[in-house]
Design a protein around this ligand. Structure first.
Ligand code: GUN
Length: 283
């Protein structure tokens, strides 16, 4: 058996088209959806990420404002900027790019963002809303993974999903989203003993550890859906995920590639959250 590929690039394009349509509809009502991005310092990876976020937004018709601040900025000044953006009715989404310089408390900064503008879905209020099934904003990566499952018409009801990784922004919210679809969910992590014993029972495996070859062919039930959240480099320096793609592809029913899988979906879901924030604000 060779797994079918879930094409993240193609699906992300569809999501962007849908966002572009909703953006046009809001603009017709006189509302320009607007994402404010705050970048503090000069982390090279962050610079690339924010550039993509601005370009993605503009391509979809969303306005994106990138505020660059020096690494020497005080936390108090950053909090003041976030509060000003909270109060600014022309701004619908606020994203503070992480990591922040070491002298700042990232948690305190994120908690200062208004939950109504928390398009990253990192605020405790957003996590709580997901937990209790109330409207809020879902973190972009697990939200994108769920969209990928939806794109193949996968019915999660009664299925066993194993999430490997317990981060606050991927593993834990992913588990909540899957539970919300009536799946049975097991959360494993890098220290789980006999991980294969869990994954071999899984109808769906989401790998989000950040380490190559976390999931190999022998660990996957034939026909399972495998979602690879990892972003690593192999020995040749090429981008790879957490999953041994070549091996797992031989047994899985569906698999997401790296690159071209979850990555583009994460980017697309930020746009989806931003248009959602603007629509909610517009009433
Ligand atoms: N740094 C790396 N990924 C992200 C993200 O999705 N959101 C923010 N705010 N910072 C990041």
């Amino acid at each position: 058996m060779t797994a079918q590929i879930i094409d993240g690039n193609a699906l992300a394009r569809k999501v962007r088209e849908e966002v572009a349509g909703r953006t046009q509809a809001l603009k017709a009502k006189g509302v320009q959806p607007h994402l404010a991005i705050l970048l503090v310092g000069e982390d090279p990876a962050s610079q690339v990420y924010v550039k993509h976020k601005v370009a993605d937004s503009e391509q979809t018709g969303l306005k994106a404002t990138l505020e660059r601040h020096p690494a020497t900025m005080s936390e108090a000044d950053l909090l003041a900027r976030v509060k000003a953006l909270n109060e600014d009715p022309s701004v619908h989404g606020i994203l503070v790019q992480l990591p922040l310089p070491k002298h700042m408390d990232s948690h305190r900064v994120i908690e200062t963002i208004s939950p109504a503008k928390d398009v990253d879905g990192f605020h405790v209020a957003s996590a709580g809303a997901l937990m209790v099934g109330q409207p809020g904003f879902w973190p972009c990566t697990p939200y994108g993974c769920l969209k990928m499952l939806d794109s193949i018409g996968y019915d999660l009801k009664g299925k066993h999903a194993v999430v490997i990784g317990r981060s606050n922004i991927v593993g834990k919210p992913m588990a909540m989203m899957l539970l919300g679809r009536d799946a049975t969910v097991t959360i494993c992590h890098s220290r789980t003993k006999d991980l294969a014993a869990f994954t071999r029972q899984a109808d769906v495996v989401v790998a989000a550890v950040g380490k190559r070859d976390v999931l190999t062919r022998d660990m996957v039930k034939p026909g399972a859906v495998v979602i690879d959240v990892g972003m690593n480099r192999n020995d040749e320096g090429k981008l790879c995920g957490d999953v041994d793609f070549a091996g797992v592809q031989q047994v899985a029913g569906w698999i997401t590639p790296v690159p071209g899988g979850v990555g583009p979906m994460t980017r697309a879901m930020l746009l989806a959250n931003t248009i959602e924030a603007a629509e909610r604000a517009a009433g």
